[in-house]
Design a protein around this ligand. Structure first.
Ligand SMILES: [Zn+2]
Ligand SMILES: [Zn+2]
Length: 306
């Protein structure tokens, strides 16, 4: 029976159709113009045919109308006041604005503040290229954090406030994405992630996993069942997804919030982690001499007294 495959085929066709719909420079210009109108308080949104045509820079009215009509439905909604982006259109336009598919920007390695939790050498460096931002230690050659950052957005942050501004945005992005993934939601596609604790060989640095965090004995991992997104992070960093632990740490004077993500291992890295179970795997993380939280095999966090 091929019935179970039918929806998948339909979905694949629909996706191919959706990509085909925007495979034209005028349609791309229309999506960009609608996004710009949405972001600009001076421009009415929904946006009229005439204003949109002017902003999209399409000279021939009939040609503009033809391409706009093609987008209405899947990507654009036509209302009594004009045109506005539907969610898939906004996603496509936002990806174009972020430069995910086109821009190229690179920098580094550039020295950044902080000491490596592994080798205790102040030799942290950030670099960016091919849409990936990496913070690594030049003392022990370990990658501390590595995660994608859209190139157009990276360029905007770099132009705005230099490497510091980009690193600040990167820190926010990594924190929120990893917390989502550890909570069971894929930060790329919103699909369901399977989460677990995993023991890591030290040679895991050879693997091309998304996020790294080399040199840690125990990682939290999140795998997306929908898009295959695979995230690994030091187990101590998984505590960021647990509001109770954040409150407990704050109460103990342990700053897990303001410190850059790649420097968290100084506070909750391997020196603070003990393996307390093997089958199932379980670990404890010490916040201070008297305060320990437990992370179970499926990433539940238990506090003393639970
Ligand atoms: Zn190091
Ligand atoms: Zn996903």
């Amino acid at each position: 029976m091929d019935a179970p495959d039918a929806p998948r085929t339909d979905a694949a066709d629909a996706t191919a159709d959706a990509f085909a719909l925007v495979g034209n420079e005028h349609r791309v210009a229309i999506l960009r113009a609608l996004l710009a109108a949405h972001a600009d308080p001076e421009t009415p949104y929904p946006t009229s045919f005439a204003t949109l045509r002017e902003r999209a820079g399409v000279d021939v009215s009939a040609q503009f109308a033809y391409h706009l009509d093609a987008l209405v439905g899947a990507f654009v909604a036509k209302t009594g006041d004009g045109y506005r982006l539907r969610y898939p259109g906004w996603k496509a336009a936002a990806a174009l604005a972020a430069g995910t598919y086109t821009d190229q920007r690179a920098f580094g390695p550039t020295a950044v503040p902080g000491e490596c939790a592994h080798c205790r050498v102040a030799a942290l460096h950030a670099s960016y290229g091919d849409a990936w931002l990496t913070v690594a230690c030049h003392g022990c050659e370990r990658v501390l954090t590595r995660y994608p950052f859209p190139p157009g957005a990276a360029a905007a942050h770099l132009d705005d406030g230099g490497v510091d501004a980009l690193l600040s945005a990167f820190d926010d992005r990594v924190r929120s994405h990893f917390a989502l993934a550890v909570d069971g939601v894929c930060p790329e596609c919103a699909g369901r992630t399977r989460t677990a604790l995993a023991a890591v060989d030290d040679d895991a640095s050879a693997s091309q996993t998304a996020t790294r965090g080399d040199g840690h004995a125990i990682h939290a991992v999140a795998d997306c069942e929908t898009c295959g997104n695979h995230l690994t992070l030091p187990v101590g960093c998984a505590l960021l997804a647990d509001p109770r632990t954040l409150a407990l740490a704050a109460d103990r004077g342990v700053d897990l919030v303001d410190r850059p993500y790649w420097r968290l291992p100084e506070l909750v890295g391997d020196a603070h982690v003990d393996r307390t179970g093997t089958s199932p795997l379980e670990a404890t993380v010490s916040l201070d001499a008297d305060t320990t939280v437990t992370v179970t095999a499926d990433l539940d966090v238990r506090h003393p007294g639970d």
